[in-house]
Design a protein around this ligand. Sequence first.
Ligand SMILES: Cc1cc2nc3c(=O)[nH]c(=O)nc-3n(C[C@H](O)[C@H](O)[C@H](O)COP(=O)(O)OP(=O)(O)OC[C@H]3O[C@@H](n4cnc5c(N)ncnc54)[C@H](O)[C@@H]3O)c2cc1C
Length: 487
Amino acid sequence: MNVIIVGAGIMGTTFAVLAKELAPELDITILERMERPGASNSWVFNNAGTGHEANCELNYTPVDEEVISVEKALKIHAQFNVAKQFWAYLIKKGAIKDPKTFLNQTRHCTIVAEPAIEELRLRYREMSAHHFFEHMRFSEDFDEIESWIPYLMEARPRHEKMAATVIETGTDLNFGTLTEQMVAYAVNDLGVRIEYGTQVKRVHRSPSGSWLVETETKGKAVRHKADVLFVGAGGGAFPILKKSHLPFRHRFTGFPVGGRFLQAPISEEQANRYRAKTYGRAKVGAPPMSVPHLDLRVADGQHYLLFGPFASFKPVLEKGRGFLDYLRSMRLHDIPGLLSVAIEHFALVKYLVSETFKGEKSMLAELDSFAPGMSKKFDWKPVEAGQRVQIIKDGDLQMGTEILVSKEKTYGTLLGASPGASVSPEVMLRCLEQMLPSIFRKESAREKMKEIFPEDNLETLINEPDRYREIRDVVNERLGIIRPESE
Ligand SMILES: Cc1cc2nc3c(=O)[nH]c(=O)nc-3n(C[C@H](O)[C@H](O)[C@H](O)COP(=O)(O)OP(=O)(O)OC[C@H]3O[C@@H](n4cnc5c(N)ncnc54)[C@H](O)[C@@H]3O)c2cc1C
């Protein structure tokens, strides 16, 4: 069977590696418009690199009149555990390098001031009662919080009442490096082909049922043929879907949200003082993806602090692509849906526009209000982050991700942006199960599944503490994630 994957980001690459591991007989080609893999949203500074497992993100545990909902947090944590199983398998096999090349253990902290302290306490009580978060700690003690996250506390007046939670086994991930390593393995060991500088322009089904993929390759029009097509092209997936003639294409439009961060290089010594990612609360009216956080990042052995994100309204599909590409991806019938989203979510649009025009001075002031004194301590500069394209489905704005598979199961795509790269192996596994169910019927694939994913059932991980702990401890050891003795 001949499979074409559009996009060599973390999603397309994970799809290729997993498919080939389970079914080596598949003939897989990746078509990528850039000259290297993992260079769009998956690149290290185009995202925040948080290994999202709901340790610290308040938007995963919404509170409604003192009732906290933890379902989303449990699902994301379980998905991340499945992702870690996949990466641990690749490391054991020698397919990707030492985990230190892409994974940096950091504390995952949440910090709030009044009037949110009671909410954080409630979150802590609910979450720490579950085996996923059994090592979470809560503190209102200034000195203890300072010992966890000194950069958030050292210049803060002691009378400011704060509360924080910490989980010591969180991660910062360089998804760009991970993607590059997986591509090298896919090409050199699994026989996957990859064609760079190849932009997919449109796709359509031939009368025989196969997909014809029209591309522009280094200025020339080239046509490829595929039995199965997976479009993992990030924001670039929308125009391809729109031109696919699939019946559900009319139901979807993209709503782009850009982002910026403040970035500062720091020394290794400074990094050792602040091995953390600290999340706060989003401002009223701000979208969930704009929760402020101060992160230690590591890229190519160099340490950085990253603060943000600052959202912006930028009508492009991907960073580096022009406004016209977005405009061309729109159809007349999309306009009423977009307008109704703009009216219904007017506060969000207003927020995005105001954020777009925020200058460096205001960005630094925001940093200081989150982490007092930080703006002067390091040499910050604003950097452009990646581009999220949220889904508008049937006129409604969605903040999550959606896997779409055609009725014949020969076309699959991933739309949306959250929780993203962290859960890519679990999301790609579900995609493969829907698109290529026949490969899972083979005894060899079933055996391989057990080897790669000792437990991929999210409900089992959520409901069976001993099973979860057994797997967590094995994969953490393989990934070099160490729980301190004190826990
Ligand atoms: C500001 C920001 C912060 C984020 N923070 C986090 C975080 O902390 N943790 C986390 O887990 N996730 C985070 N994410 C999300 C994460 O970056 C994405 O989920 C992930 O990178 C998506 O991977 P992808 O492979 O789908 O897309 P990409 O990495 O964008 O890859 C898509 C590929 O498709 C190619 N392509 C596009 N169109 C075409 C075409 N027509 N023809 C051929 N090739 C094409 C592109 O060149 C690109 O290489 C963040 C995202 C943003 C924007």
